[in-house]
Design a protein around this ligand. Structure first.
Ligand SMILES: Nc1ncnc2c1ncn2[C@@H]1O[C@H](COP(=O)(O)OP(=O)(O)OP(=O)(O)O)[C@@H](O)[C@H]1O
Ligand SMILES: [Mg+2]
Length: 293
């Protein structure tokens, strides 16, 4: 029997996978969702969400996709890991993933492999596709890129060009970039790109109150069926202090704390349980003694 069932959960409450059902909308996450959705509806072009490691970017991007897919008027394509070496590779991946039919937009072509098309051909097909979907079919085409700090200069240049595709009153592609903080230094080096950002936000670690709410939210989402207080206040404070409010660290600590409960046959996480995890990490050299007592 899995440890979480023993404790009275239906699902695993502190898995580290980026499941949008387990995303607690802290103030920054909520602000990002609301604003990005507004920008997308207004077809304003480019939104950029920055955040340190483990602040919830991937989970938030999935939540965004989930809410866009529930609506019929968005065409959404998601790039998880934009490691494209050449302009051609990047463009061809867009063509394939948006399901763009090269023959339809370039009648001279017959069915063939991607390498037969030039960068110009691919750009042209993307532009025609975007025009058709946005202007004729009245859909909003959205490209969401996670790990955007990995985009090469060549890929950034392609994105800049595509963002230029517009009519008098609307942009043809809506782009949302999620990336670690170094994405910022990449973007400021390209003023043309920087200028086009209509919404930008940096996700910060959670406050103590948000940490508490995030823990309770995840417990609730995992269908906890008991009235007892699973995480006592002093334990939550300690978790906040150790994790510095970083959601991935909070999640991992809570997961370990629950496993400890099962091993120790206890029913509530208190300071002692968290303390044991900390000392275990210290003994193993994972934590620096000076930073945590
Ligand atoms: N607001 C939140 N509420 C609940 N859980 C969260 C929240 N933010 C992040 N998490 C959890 O923290 C973990 C890490 O989140 P995620 O992978 O989205 O972070 P990230 O910013 O994409 O990290 P990286 O920079 O390493 O790509 C996941 O398990 C996720 O469920
Ligand atoms: Mg991520």
């Amino acid at each position: 029997m899995s440890y979480y069932r023993i404790l009275g959960f239906e699902k695993e409450p502190f898995s580290t996978s980026p499941d949008p059902e387990f995303l607690y909308l802290a103030q920054g996450h909520q602000a990002t969702m609301t604003n990005v959705l507004i920008e997308l509806r207004l077809r304003r072009g480019l939104s950029v969400v920055l955040g340190d490691i483990g602040t919830g970017k991937t989970t938030l991007s999935r939540k965004l996709i989930q809410s866009l897919r529930e609506r019929g008027d968005f065409i959404v394509h998601y790039v998880l890991d934009p490691c494209f070496e050449t302009e051609h590779e990047f463009l061809y991946s867009l063509v394939r993933n948006f399901g763009i039919n090269m023959e339809q937009y370039n009648p001279g072509f017959s069915q063939g492999s991607g390498s037969r098309y030039s960068v110009m051909d691919l750009k042209e097909a993307v532009e025609k596709f975007l025009y058709e979907k946005t202007i004729i079919a009245n859909k909003t085409v959205v490209l969401i890129i996670d790990e955007a700090q990995k985009l090469t200069e060549a890929s950034m240049e392609i994105l800049r060009v595509i963002l230029n595709y517009e009519t008098n009153d609307t942009k043809l592609l809506q782009l949302v970039l999620f990336g670690q903080l170094e994405l910022h230094s990449k973007i400021i080096k390209i003023p043309n790109f920087m200028d086009r950002i209509s919404f930008k936000y940096t996700l910060n670690p959670l406050s103590l109150e948000e940490t508490r709410e995030m823990i309770h939210f995840r417990i609730k989402q995992a269908d906890y069926c008991s009235q007892s207080v699973l995480f006592q206040d002093d334990a939550v404070e300690m978790i906040h202090e150790i994790s510095q409010g970083y959601p991935r660290k909070i999640t991992m600590l809570c997961h370990r704390a629950l496993k400890q409960l099962v091993m120790k046959r206890k029913w509530s996480v208190d300071e002692e349980v968290v303390g044991e995890i900390v000392s275990e990490d210290m003994r193993a050299g994972w934590l620096n003694q000076q930073t945590h007592h």
